[in-house]
Design a binder for this molecule. Structure first.
Ligand SMILES: [Zn+2]
Length: 277
């Protein structure tokens, strides 16, 4: 008797998680975009945004060039810069991508920034957010909120808004699986290459991160809590790149990138967390 009750409990749990999985993976593109938009509102109200048109414009132009050569170019992507000295970047569902100021400051040429953007775009292309949402422990919100959103019209807006806000709060600190990261690196390297950029930029940037990890670890706290070790990524991406067909005149740098770097160096320092309160 007791045994059969335990069995039915287990069966119930399994059914719940199977239903949850089905709901997440049956998110329509429109729902994914809505979720990302709600999360982006939260990100932009909670995090300090750089708000410099020239710098954001540059990152957007570079990002859109990559998007055109990606496998999900039908979405409308946006690229924004967070005014934080930490080296980090992250993507929300539906194509909302953020790069920290510290990342632009750490990069030495345009192909390094392209490598990072290619990686983030690939998280959107491969729809890794569904996994991310599960891991972040917001399953209850999804069952309660998004369940209504998917099931009936009444709760749709409230559900998406609630889940989106929760996702936005945790956006920069969410962890994708190791496999997702690996896939984003591989797709990203190919995207960069297809857009005419030197994919080696991805490798040199990872090598730089390994170096900064020793000299200024505080700049990489969030990054290392959410990404696999750069040395592992160097080996994987280098291996991938070797298989790409040889192509002449791949772009490594652009004067616009250095205009952005010198503009950044003249801007006031980013606010400290205390100043932001
Ligand atoms: Zn990633």
């Amino acid at each position: 008797m007791r045994c059969s009750r335990a069995l039915s409990l287990l069966l119930g749990l399994w059914l719940t998680s199977a239903r949850l999985e089905a709901q997440i993976f049956s998110l329509s593109e429109q729902q994914e975009i809505e979720l990302g938009r709600e999360a982006s509102k939260k990100v932009e109200s909670d995090m300090p945004m750089l708000g410099d048109g020239d710098i954001t414009g540059y990152v957007n132009r570079l990002g859109q060039k990559l998007v055109r050569n990606s496998h999900r170019s039908n979405l409308r992507y946006s690229f924004n810069v967070v005014n934080s000295p930490e080296i980090n970047a992250f993507a929300l569902p539906g194509g909302f991508i953020y790069v920290n100021r510290g990342l632009l400051e750490a990069a030495d040429n345009e192909s390094e920034v392209a490598g990072v953007l290619g990686h983030e775009i690939s998280h959107v292309v491969a729809r890794h957010s569904a996994d991310q949402m599960k891991k972040a422990g917001i399953a209850n919100l999804i069952l309660g909120g998004l369940g209504a959103a998917l099931g009936g019209r009444g709760g749709a807006v409230a559900g998406i808004t609630k889940v989106g806000a929760e996702l936005g709060t945790n956006a920069a600190f969410m962890k994708f699986s190791r496999d997702d990261e690996r896939q984003a690196d591989e797709l990203g390297a190919r995207n960069v290459y297809d857009a005419g950029y030197n994919p080696e930029g991805m490798v040199t940037f990872f090598e730089k991160l390994e170096h900064i990890r020793k000299s200024e670890p505080s700049k990489l706290e969030t990054f290392f809590s959410t990404h696999p070790s750069p040395s592992e990524r160097v080996a994987n991406v280098s291996h991938e790149i070797r298989a790409f067909p040889r192509k002449g005149d791949l772009k490594t740098d652009d004067p616009d990138f250095h205009t952005v770097k010198s503009r950044l160096s003249r801007l006031p320092k980013p606010p400290t967390p205390k100043q932001r309160r």
